[in-house]
Structures are given as C-alpha cells and as structure tokens.
Write a protein that binds this ligand. Structure first.
Ligand SMILES: O=C1O[C@H](CS(=O)(=O)O)[C@@H](O)[C@H](O)[C@H]1O
Length: 301
C-alpha cells in the first residue's frame, strides 16, 4: 500500500464543525477563526499554546481586526463590533437580508479598511446571495447573482479584488479603485469542473472556498470537498497543489512572525461517518510552512 505523506498537521486546538475566516492578528501573535454552526469565535496563541473561545447565540461567519482595537464580526443577524477582553458586542448594522434563509459568509477588510462581506443563500437556488461593502457606517450592496459568496482577497497593490461563488465553481476578479472602492472590469479568473451527480469524490477536484494572497500576488484557494489547496498565479495558472489530510478545507490564512505559516480551516459538519473515521483531523485548523510569505491581514476602520 502506498503511504500518503501530507505536509499539513493540526494546531493544538479543538475541532470546529465548520471552521471559517482565519486571520493572523499581528499585535497578538494569535490566530482567530469562526466556527459558524458551532456559534464560536476562536483564538489560538501559538507561543503559549493557549486556546480561547467565545460562544454566541447566533452564527459568526467572518471576523477581522479593527484599527485601534476590537474585532468586526459578520454574524447571521448583522455586523457587530466585538471586544475580546470584555466579551462585549456592539451592533454596527442589522442584516440587510432575511436571516431565516440567508446569512453573512466570507468577509474581509480591504487595504483601505473598507469591510467587504458576502452572503450565502441557504436554499441554494436561485442565486440570490450578495456582496456588500461596509464603509463609514454604511452597508452598501455592490454585487449579486451568486449562491455562496466566498474567496475575498486583494492583489498586493490592492487594485484587484478576487471574489468566488463556491456553488458555481468560479472565481472572478474586478479592478478596484483603491481610493473609492469602486469596482469595474469584471473578469473570470478561474473555473473548475462542477461535481456531477453521483461522481466519486476521488475524481473531483473541489470548489473554490476561502482564499488568501501571497507577496508574489498568487491566490491560494481552499478547494472545498477536493481535499486540496491550489496556488494560482495572477494570470490564473495553477502553480502549486497541496494535498490535505481532510476532505473539506474552507480557507487559508498566512500567519506566524514571518507570515510563512499557512493556516487552513476545515469542516466536519455534514460529512459521512466513514470519511470522518478515516480523517480524524476534519474540523481542525491545519498548518504548513510555505516559502513565499503571505500579505498581512487588513484592519477594518
Ligand atoms: O456553509 C458553508 O458552506 C460552503 C461550502 S458549500 O457551499 O457547501 O459548497 C462554504 O464554502 C462556506 O464558506 C460555508 O460557510
């Protein structure tokens, strides 16, 4: 039997049901991530090995640091400011959709501190999810026509926005006016073969989920259900594939003092029992070392 060696192994923190939105906080030397159905925000501090989590009454889907302190949380019921020291949560904006069948999903700040956040339309059909931008106290709808808004990331110069729709297996780019945040020149960046009904997972490459960009401008995407990460050049060519010991990776994030540790959140929710028995790290945050550092996290303002 051939032994498969994986480069990634889990950090010393409990598994999530559906881990998402990891980011490395440079001031705290800690990794934050959400467990959406577990209704938890997690923090792991590698130097001390300390894991902390906060439990809410509503699903947190994305988190970002705010300039000057606190975190911004995108939750099913809206955007919140959260103080991890006191546990206090202050409302910023109510959900601009019906939370009975839609919720915020992937969200990130751009280099100017505007917070971009998309939604997931849970009935999945039709494609009624959106992308919003939170800026100067206003939440504005900027795009729609997707089902699972995901994969937000920016090129190193901040002038290209990446955005995926996991369900349609596509990643697109926009030119972004760095000063105003105005989007133009929508283009298809990458498209992956859609899973056929009854297709064996061993022949399926997965669909683009969360993403992160490195200093060479390459786009790292988690391929949900494909058991791999892909590193795509700015032109969209696959430069590297990293096989993972877990079927469902959800998002990579660069961390560590040199931003060369790639953390990857994963999911176990809804997976078959046989798969979970074979992949005991499902739901854990994985880590691996990479050669090219990532871009630091952007702070929301
Ligand atoms: O709920 C979620 O699920 C999706 C994966 S999929 O839509 O089921 O293919 C994941 O990408 C998303 O980020 C997560 O919140």
């Amino acid at each position: 039997m051939t032994e498969v060696l994986f480069e990634a192994s889990p950090i010393d923190a409990p598994a999530s049901l559906l881990g998402e939105s990891p980011f490395w906080h440079p001031d705290e030397a800690a990794l934050y991530w959400c467990d959406i159905p577990g209704k938890r925000l997690n923090r792991f501090h590698p130097p001390s090995g300390r894991h902390t989590s906060w439990v809410f009454d509503c699903e947190p889907a994305c988190c970002a640091p705010i300039l000057g302190g606190d975190l911004l949380l995108g939750m099913r019921d809206g955007l919140w400011r959260f103080n991890p020291q006191t546990g206090q949560r202050t409302p910023l904006a109510p959900a601009p959709y019906n939370p009975a069948h839609e919720r915020f999903n992937d969200g990130k700040a751009d280099p100017q501190g505007r917070f971009w956040v998309g939604t997931i339309y849970e009935p999945r059909d039709p494609a009624l999810a959106h992308l919003y931008c939170w800026d100067e106290g206003r939440l504005t709808e900027v795009a729609g026509g997707v089902t699972v808004s995901n994969g937000l990331a920016w090129s190193p110069d901040g002038a290209t926005l990446y955005w995926s729709d996991t369900k349609s297996h596509r990643v697109r780019t926009f030119a972004m006016d760095v000063r105003t945040g105005q989007l133009s020149q929508e283009r298809e960046f990458a498209a992956f073969p859609v899973k056929q009904v009854g297709q064996d997972l061993s022949t399926y490459g997965g669909r683009p989920d969360g993403a992160a960009v490195d200093v060479e401008g390459c786009y790292w995407t988690a391929m949900f259900e494909g058991q791999r990460l892909l590193r795509l050049s700015p032109a969209g060519d696959v430069r590297r594939e990293v096989r993972l010991p877990v079927r469902c990776a959800t998002m990579p994030a660069f961390g560590g003092h040199d931003l060369r540790t790639l953390y990857v959140t994963t999911a176990q929710e809804g997976r078959p029992a046989t798969e979970l028995a074979a992949q005991p790290w499902a739901g854990r945050v994985l880590q691996l070392r990479v050669e090219v550092p990532g871009l630091p996290v952007n702070f929301a303002r």
